[in-house]
Design a protein around this ligand. Structure first.
Ligand code: ADP
Ligand code: ZN
Ligand code: ZN
Length: 732
């Protein structure tokens, strides 16, 4: 070491540099100089920069990096005083960028609510309030004002304007009372604050937990640190009750709770159960405005939200002191994001709970094979609830062999007779069919013409309400022809079954019973959906026809028969996850039956009554089915035994997409196992050809390392779009 000079020359101050992440699909960061008049941005603070000529929001990831270039353009503005994401999310962002091999700037952009992606400072907007500031005096000549004053007094002297409006007061009453100097405007406490989330006294103790629930709760423990648990409980076994009890313990410790659910619009009942127990919860779902979403986000970050309930992206919310994560229906496909940053909210939740050293519950009646595998190998606690809580019994399953039977619009005589029997006994019937529309194909019986989407080369689905043809892949619509466009014969035939056709058949066969159809086409209108649900919950005789939407969350206490029109298709798809998904659907739909006092019956029509998969499922249950299937996955080196990734490419030029993937394949690590490139299951959507390269590896580290060359690829050729999907859910 050279001795330091005792008299150093006065150095000019070193240049100040901020290294930032920008939301672009490049695996690199960008340096900017920090002008003297601006503070050095904190790591994790947003800044405004000029990027490609545009004012853009970026996030500071390093201060004065040693290898910074000189001659940098200056930062324009520093937008936050500290790390906006907080330590916990910051760490999670780094992990996601690494695990999903996604550019950090894009990961951060995904984490930020869109209202935070504009160059503006953020603040929590407190709702306007009015508070009492003078004695009542004589208000006999202004009775509305007198009542307003009393109302405020009864509420402890202060209320939000919004609530006053709800109580029937008008702005004029408020202004008049304020003019008398009796009340004044104030800033309110945000609703849904931690206080408001504390358990409503007494209610929590109404149900006595059954022994399985009590055991599960005891093993969970609110203060136990990272302890992932799979709560594997049959439908109606009281999983939600277990969540509620554990949440109560965590809230009592003054900590926050995150609850992830598949789809809020479809599970209003779940939400209301949380609110009945704890008062108002903060909710994040896709129908919120950007501003409202930002406010929930900021309040959770400030610790003002006790319980946050949300769909997939809620796992990326900031918290001041998160103490528990619950993932309800953890098997649900909606937890996997299928574009951009293709993360699994369930897996991210596990990582986050681990980072924070807090408990995590994954709940399901039909756990994902990943979670079952983790439970069986001891990584997760395996908590089982094997019986329905309360008085309900498990439904009984029966296969209806339809080989050689003539079907009418998909229904066998036996099935129709059973439907009749249940309706006569005053029960409701649920008919499950996983295809919307009227018929999946329209054919000419004379020349064989079929209605195809010009952009996808796939059959278009015929719809009757309203009459038209719709491509279910790209959404394109066409008029319903009344004669064959090729041979001009009026010989068009609707082939196959959709929910509209079942609805039409059932309405005709049972004219005196209302038929309610529930699928993506009917639930689009929230209000009509609610009307339907109200009618169904009135308990009157009814038939429900629908797609997998019926399988989610709803309780239909008066349904005594569940009919699965065809179980075979799902087991035959080339996607290795198809059997898992099909079994989950069947069990979930079946679980809607007989939830109250009526015993439930499940009838499954099949052409393959001896299928070992179907038999395992209905005779031995989901667990045994999963065991069998998992053995197959292990033998085939598929997840959850070995990790896979999918590189997808699409282009208007099929050769380009294929040859590009071939060149990628040649660059990837030699210890990867590559399959493809091969055309996707739907090879062309909206005029673009789709190819994919499936990549497997013996371990995650090998996979990760082997995919490294992709980091340098950037955007790829101009007329090609590509993406990397780590742990893909749909593999075709
Ligand atoms: P899951 O979430 O497993 O589908 P829920 O928690 O919704 O089950 O419980 C199903 C029904 O059983 C609900 O109506 C619930 O109130 C009731 N229930 C739950 N636990 C108990 C219990 N210990 N005793 C009586 N009823 C219960
Ligand atoms: Zn024809
Ligand atoms: Zn199409």
């Amino acid at each position: 070491m050279t001795p330091s000079s005792s008299n150093p020359a006065p150095a000019s101050p070193p240049p100040r540099v901020a290294r930032v992440a920008v939301a672009v699909p490049l695996h690199r960061l960008f340096d900017y100089s920090v002008p003297a008049e601006l503070p050095m941005p904190a790591i994790g603070a947003r800044v405004a920069v000029k990027f490609s000529g545009r004012r853009t929001v970026a996030v500071c990831v390093a201060q004065n990096p040693a290898d910074a270039h000189d001659r940098l353009s200056p930062l324009i503005e520093v937008l936050d005083d500290d790390n906006l994401l907080g330590e916990d999310l910051w760490r999670l962002a780094q992990w996601m960028a690494d695990y999903y091999q996604h550019p950090l700037g894009e990961v951060i952009a995904t984490l930020l609510p869109s209202a935070a992606r504009v160059p503006k400072r953020l603040k929590i907007v407190r709702p306007e309030c009015w508070e009492i500031c003078g004695p009542a005096g004589d208000l006999t000549r202004a009775p509305r004002q007198a009542r307003l004053y009393e109302c405020l007094l009864a509420a402890g002297g202060r209320l939000q304007t919004e609530l006053l409006y709800e109580a029937g007061f008008q702005r004029s009453h408020i202004v008049a009372l304020a003019a008398r100097g009796l009340i004044r405007k104030a800033q309110g406490v945000a609703t849904g604050s931690l206080r408001a989330s504390l358990p409503v006294a007494g209610r929590a103790d109404q149900l006595e937990l059954n022994p399985e629930q009590a055991l599960a709760l005891a093993k969970l423990g609110a203060a136990s640190g990272f302890k992932p648990a799979l709560l594997d409980g049959v439908t109606g076994s009281g999983k939600t009750e277990v969540y509620l009890r554990l949440m109560e313990e965590v809230l009592k410790l003054g900590r926050q709770v995150l609850v992830l659910v598949p789809e809020i619009a479809l599970t209003p009942q779940t939400l209301s159960r949380f609110e009945d127990r704890f008062g108002k919860a903060a909710v994040l779902h896709s129908n919120l405005t950007d501003r409202a979403r930002l406010q929930v986000w900021l309040r959770a970050r400030a610790g003002e939200v006790g319980i946050l309930i949300g769909t997939r992206s809620a796992v990326l919310s900031p918290f001041a002191d998160l103490g528990l994560i619950v993932v309800d229906e953890e098997h649900d496909a909606s937890f996997k994001q299928s574009e951009g940053l293709r993360y699994s909210a369930r897996d991210v939740a596990v990582k986050r709970a681990q980072n924070l050293d807090i408990p995590l519950i994954l709940g399901s009646a039909t756990p994902s094979f990943e979670s079952l595998h983790n439970a069986r190998s001891g990584r997760y606690q395996h908590l089982r609830l094997t019986e329905r809580a309360g008085r309900a019994n498990m439904p009984t399953y029966r296969l209806l062999d339809i080989r050689g039977h003539s079907l009418q619009d998909g229904f066998s005589d036996t099935l129709v007779r059973n439907i009749e029997r249940h309706l006569e006994a005053g029960g409701q019937v649920l008919v499950f069919l996983n295809r919307r529309g009227f018929a999946p194909a329209l054919l000419c019986g004379h020349c064989g013409w079929q209605a195809e989407c010009a952009a996808c080369e796939r059959r278009m689905t015929m719809h009757r309400k309203p009459p038209c043809l719709i491509c279910h892949h790209c959404g394109r619509r066409a008029d319903l022809p009344d004669e064959c466009p090729d041979c001009r014969h009026q010989t068009l035939i609707a082939v196959g079954l959709g929910t509209q056709r079942s609805e039409a058949f059932l309405s005709e066969r049972f004219p005196e019973v209302p038929v309610y159809r529930i699928d993506r086409d009917t639930v689009r209108s929230q209000r009509r959906m609610e009307e339907r649900l109200a009618a169904i919950h009135s308990g009157e005789r009814a038939i429900l026809v629908g797609t997998q939407m019926l399988a989610k969350g709803h309780h239909f206490p008066d349904v005594s028969l569940v009919a699965v029109i065809n179980a075979d298709g799902g087991f035959m798809s080339p996607d290795f996850r198809a059997p898992e998904r099909t079994a989950q659907l069947i069990v979930q739909v079946a679980g809607r039956a007989g939830r109250a006092e009526r015993p439930g019956e499940v009838l499954i029509q099949t052409y393959q009554p001896d299928s070992p998969q179907l038999r395992a499922l209905i005779e031995e249950g989901y667990g045994a089915f999963a065991q069998r299937e998992l053995a197959g996955r292990e033998a085939a080196d598929l997840p959850p035994y070995q990790p896979i990734a999918l590189v997808r490419a699409e282009s208007g030029d099929a050769d380009l997409a294929r040859s590009w993937l071939e060149s990628i394949r040649s660059q990837l690590g030699k210890d990867l196992e590559c399959f493809g490139p091969a055309p996707a299951l739907i090879p062309r959507v909206a005029d673009r050809w789709r190819f994919q390269l499936m990549v497997g590896a013996t371990t995650r580290a090998v996979l990760h390392r082997g995919l490294h060359p992709l980091l340098a690829v950037g955007n790829g050729p101009r007329n090609l779009r590509w993406s990397l999907d780590i742990d893909p859910y749909d593999t075709f």
